[in-house]
Write a protein that binds this ligand. Sequence first.
Ligand SMILES: [Zn+2]
Length: 376
Amino acid sequence: MASGWRMNLNHDYAVNLLKGMLEIYSPSGSEEEISLFLADEMRKRGFDRVWRNRVGNVYGEVGSGRPTVLLCGHIDTVPGRIPVRVEGERIYGRGAVDAKSSLAAMLNAAILLKESNLKGKVIVAGVVDEEGGGKGIKSLLRENIVIDCAIFGEPSGIDNITFAYKGHLKLKVTCRTATGHLSAQPLLSNAVEEGIKFWLKFKRICEEKYKSPHGVFYSLTPALAKIYSRSTTGSIPDICHMNIDLRLPPTIPPEKAIEIVASAIEGFRGECGCDVGFRVISVVKPYVADRGNIVIRALREAISEEIGGEAGLIRKTGTSDMNILGLHLKVPVAAYGPGESILSHTHNEYINIREYLASIKIYKRAVEKIFNYMVK
Ligand SMILES: [Zn+2]
């Protein structure tokens, strides 16, 4: 089977690798097994250097010197098992779209690049906790790996490139009221009911003031992710916590979003029967890449040469590790990967096998182009 690698993509290997990755359930926080699996796989495939870091990120390197292109995917998924199965042209499984197909394709592309005359170095990184707090990408940045540009493996569809992601601000808002006997409810305010009043008010503020006519990408969009209460004496709830997730357009950086929340809370204090406050849980700034950067140029050309037509440049309303690395290292980046992102985090995640295989060739071609642009 190994001889099939000589310059050619081995379809059976590529499909089996992806299936193997999907068989390993790896929600954020439980990535050890898949990390070890990929390290082993890259060693077997003759990567020049393979290592894992403290948090469980896995890396494989082919080639040497500069330029160095980082192909970065994530090895965690959201929770929720989906039995791995092949139906016609589709492979179903948790992470089939977000984002194991992308990472498997990157690994296959690196194997093909190793067989060719590489003009630099390629590092394939599988990082942990992308769906959580981004522990993996942050620890990658602390390793001070020298890279010249990066492609992030996230579903964009075979003929699209993602150049922009929204930011996020995760908050915990807490309402506290006096407690008392449930039978005294007409006389007491209820922390859960106050919490709901605040949420509805805040949602209305976002819709009225921060909804852009240019669509969701440019709007401040809030979601109530979780609401839970306590009643310290077992009676009327006197504490209500709400986890609120705000998605930030490039026009509203986190500091501005925090001001918006603080002012909504200030306004609510005047009209409610509770003590209300908030705490910031996590922040990721919005990120918009330069559409003319070399990574995007290379991907556009690679897509049109492999599958024909013009690649689309898209903005996504989610957030990704690209935001963190792009802002930190200030090198050219873009996100690209097979799969329809609408299927991400659903119970129906599947990847089209042909699309997955085509993406391997596109990654490979794009990296070759980047080397050609950079090595004069
Ligand atoms: Zn993802």
